[in-house]
Design a binder for this molecule. Structure first.
Ligand code: BTN
Length: 336
């Protein structure tokens, strides 16, 4: 597949320039020079932004500045906030889809050039591990999938989700100034409640991953009517936990940048330099009494972290260390 050089759409560049200069104005001439286009063309791109819900203040001899931004997710706004936007990573924002993971897989199967991201305001069949439904109403939370064609051995899949989880925890920690927890293999937690989940799915050729979709559901806000009854005890959002409003577009921009960079570090192997430290920093299970449920057994013991392949380690009462490549972990009450 040919790789086209990526170029940022002019309206994204205009928005980025205006945001960077705030509260100052940016002249039409400066924008035209930056983009190598005429001032009339600048004005036409600003009309496009107005159609998307942005409003601007235009003052003679000073230029433009942003007055208001559209409410909710905006693909142009997200891309304009990305510090690494020159690196590409097209983003499609959908009002509604069955599952962003399924949509990404369909587009990959249809030959869409990767990487790319799909974000939906609402999913009708959002799902998590073991095919469980993922609550996906249009409520200010994030439902995102990132599509890649990595050409890696299938055995590396397990580590991919763990690395992405550690990396995303690290981003959330610096973006929200709070420390999330990681529960092997794919849960992001605050105080034992679930704030996010990851679902990595891949299609395989005989000895290689053909394409890979990394799905992320992140609870950013408390839904307007509160959590549904079955989630009320178990779910928490970043805003509830931090008691701070979170700009979903800025957070999404930072996430795309982090996912892109972490993917590259996974493929070139440099992730190994930091993975263990990051995982240990966010692992909430280590040294705690747990039970692992697999298709065939339930094993209780003390969590001992993970091994080099990302398998979960449990020291049983009998003193054996058991390794799990898959399974569901629950925290047990410590013996009195
Ligand atoms: C889990 O905790 O079991 C994983 C949840 C993953 C949910 C996300 S939301 C975006 C993407 N699309 C889906 O259908 N699932 C993932």
């Amino acid at each position: 597949m040919n790789k086209r050089p990526f170029s940022t759409p002019p309206e994204t560049v205009i928005l980025a320039e205006l945001s960077a200069a705030e509260p100052d104005f940016v002249s039409g001439t400066a924008l035209a020079r930056k983009l190598g286009i005429s001032r009339v063309a600048v004005w036409q791109y600003m009309e496009k932004l107005r159609e998307q819900g942005f409003t601007f203040e235009a003052v003679r001899a000073r230029g433009y500045r942003v007055l208001t931004r559209p409410e909710g997710l905006s693909a142009t706004l997200i891309q304009s906030y990305r510090r690494d936007r020159a690196a590409g990573f097209p983003l499609q924002l959908m009002t509604e889809v069955d599952s962003t993971n399924d949509e990404a897989a369909r587009q990959l199967a249809a030959g869409q050039e990767a990487p790319f991201a799909i974000i939906a305001q609402r999913q009708t069949k959002g799902r998590g591990r073991f095919g469980r439904p993922w609550h996906s109403e249009s409520n200010g939370n994030l439902y995102a999938s990132f599509a890649f064609r990595p050409r890696l051995e299938p055995a590396r899949m397990q580590m991919f989700t763990l690395w992405m989880g550690a990396s995303i925890c690290d981003l959330i920690a610096s973006f929200c100034r709070t420390t999330p927890g990681l529960k092997w293999p794919n849960d992001l937690l605050f105080d034992g409640r679930k704030a996010g989940g990851m679902l990595t799915e891949a299609r395989m050729d005989a000895d290689q991953i053909r394409d890979l979709v990394f799905g992320l559901g992140l609870n950013v806000s408390l839904p307007p009517g509160g959590w549904p009854a079955d989630l009320a005890e178990r779910a928490v959002s970043l805003e509830e936990h931090t008691r701070q409003p979170i700009d979903l577009n800025k957070l999404t921009a930072a996430l795309i940048g982090r996912v892109r960079q972490s993917y590259e570090r996974f493929v070139d192997g440099s992730y190994k330099e930091t993975f263990a430290d990051l995982w240990n920093c966010y692992d909430v299970l280590r040294n705690r009494p747990v039970a692992v449920l697999t298709h065939t057994q339930r094993v209780a013991g003390i969590a001992m972290g993970i091994d080099d392949e990302g398998s979960f380690l449990v020291r049983t009462e009998a003193g054996r260390t058991e390794r799990f490549r898959a399974g569901e972990v629950t925290l047990e009450k410590p013996p009195r």
